[in-house]
Design a protein around this ligand. Sequence first.
Ligand code: ADP
Length: 163
Amino acid sequence: MKTAVYPGSFDPITLGHLNIIKRASRIFDKVYVCVAVNSAKKPHFTLEERADFVGRVTKKYGNVEVTTCDGLLVEYARSLGANFIVKGLRAVSDFEMEFQIALLNKKLAPEIETVFLTADEKYTYLSSTIAREMATYNADISKVVPREIAADVLERLCVQKKD
Ligand code: ADP
């Protein structure tokens, strides 16, 4: 059984992330989308909100499950019995960091392979930061985040702006 973990901040999930999830769900028997706490980043949405958004837009994929994790990714992957880590690559700028992380993870857990999926050309420019930025200017974010969550993402960011 090929089990993969797709980790990220998903702050919020974008169409670029969803494209990777959809493709990974065709490659692997089971995909855990792991919404990470990531102490280095200060997320705009809570862990619960981010996981809720991911859950709502991935429920149509029978072999995809949303989880949250805090701590070392390879340990978490092991606890799930996952033998693959999936990453999306948008540009050369993603590569350097991701390459370093993949090598480190390989040292820590030689049995786990990191698999890179190249971003769909439609979404190479897309990041959660861009989605949040667009929301700030009241732009139509359904072009960058899944339709099902666009209104909620916008509303919650507006509430935060008022606070
Ligand atoms: P970001 O880099 O936007 O803050 P995450 O930390 O949530 O996003 O990224 C999780 C994973 O998804 C990483 O492997 C990242 O390279 C990948 N990813 C992010 N945006 C895209 C996109 N538009 N297309 C493909 N992969 C992406």
